[in-house]
Design a protein around this ligand. Sequence first.
Ligand SMILES: Nc1ncnc2c1ncn2[C@@H]1O[C@H](COP(=O)(O)OP(=O)(O)O)[C@@H](O)[C@H]1O
Ligand SMILES: [Mg+2]
Length: 252
Amino acid sequence: MERAMVKLENIKKSFSGNEILKGIDLTINTGEVVVILGPSGSGKTTLLRCINFLEAADEGSVTVDDKTVQCKKAGSRDILELRRKTAMVFQNYNLFRNKTLLENVIEGPLVVRRATRKEATDKAVKLLDKVGLGERLDNYPSQVSGGQQQRAGIVRALIMNPEVILFDEPTSALDPELVGEVLATIKAVAKTGITMIVVTHEIAFAREVADRVVFMADGRIVEQGPPGEVIEHPREERTRDFLSRLVGEQAS
Ligand SMILES: Nc1ncnc2c1ncn2[C@@H]1O[C@H](COP(=O)(O)OP(=O)(O)O)[C@@H](O)[C@H]1O
Ligand SMILES: [Mg+2]
């Protein structure tokens, strides 16, 4: 049997009385690449943030690897343990503006993992080189393109050796001509066999890379399945509407 790496049970989250997540159940197997699709405002970012407790859900439980946390009762040690198993790649890269790409990447290992500067630097240089940033180590974020910043953002996640990487619309802040290079990097990461949850509107990428597509709307999972089913033959009206609008946009 396949082993679950992430298990979300009955995740509910409200903001000022507004229920944004309405009881999400989702299990993701080890090594699985899950793409989450859904209209803006459907709760995709909130769901990712509830997995690593950037946001604490009001109800339900989060399991990553062998660690289960009841959201209501999560203590700071539980949260730390979960966070060590996950890494997040943000829409706006979230790099420190006053640090070079190399310094950005070694920050996590130095602060969280207590690695030596030499260990962290050696590993960072290798990883940055792999994503084509070997010549950019000493550049500040403002000196490189958005695509290069996001590739550094991906390396910053990878260097922590997480069990799961959470990507929140990793290419949606990029100029169109830079999207491909970042998607190629994410695809290469997927090939390493790491478990990934990717929120994106890139349908072609989802079709090619996802093992499973989950369509969310209004704080619920509407349908899910292999990309060939959900993208090519959606069962639900809401999924069909969303996809036809999206495909229209991406074709134009
Ligand atoms: N920290 C917050 N405080 C209040 N409302 C929030 C907060 N975070 C998200 N929301 C609201 O929750 C809804 C879902 O947001 P989000 O999870 O960002 O959706 P998506 O990522 O699918 O676009 C939106 O209506 C948003 O305004
Ligand atoms: Mg979002």
